[in-house]
Design a protein around this ligand. Sequence first.
Ligand code: F6R
Length: 243
Amino acid sequence: MEVVPLDSADEVAALAADTIEAAVRAQPGTVLGLATGSTPLATYQELIRRHRAGGGPSYDDVRCFTLDEYVGLPPGHPESYRATIARELTDPLGIAAERVHGPDPAEADLPSAGERYEAELRAAGGVDLQLLGIGSDGHLAFNEPGSSLGSLTRIKTLTDRTRRDNARFFGSVDDVPRHVLTQGLGTILRARHLLLLATGAGKAEALAAAVEGPVSASCPASVLQLHPHVSVLVDPPAASGLG
Ligand code: F6R
């Protein structure tokens, strides 16, 4: 695992954008794994800025897979991760909607939705570069503490802490769904390169546990220590708990 301390959140976004652009340029049909939440937004804005300025790579043949999705939101809800990723990244980059995949919470049989998503990921040849954020409780995607380190895409229940953390997107914690479909930790570990972004003091404790603590389901992000190619980009407040 390579931890890269940077001087600011803007530098994290710039280096993350460099890494994503390099992956897209490196091979036709790159498969990108995308995260939602606040942390990657500055990276996405930087990619869009470069694309509009004419300096970015072509995204025409890129395929994208999101990490997770809320269960129970009406179709097209603006806070669904499908709508969010289209608005914040893939539409502005001109990536066609059919090239953007996510776990489908509309499946009548939710457990089979997880298996279907695993099959889609396999059929695409796996994820080349997976962008990740970390929850303040150490969650990765929506694998909350206690998640199996080998888990695959499945339904999970959000903790009260994560629902409170995400209430800012919904106006009220009562409106945050309780259930999600999420890639498992085992799914995430199959991606060829993992790029974890952590910014802000709220992530310091979880980041230190993930990077320097024992590998344990108590801190799901600690599973990253088992992967051979992980880059962690951190700003000074997020790095403040590292030894
Ligand atoms: C989002 C996701 C989550 C977030 C995490 C951090 O797709 O999988 O694990 O990365 O909750 O969220 P922010 O960036 O909003 O602090």
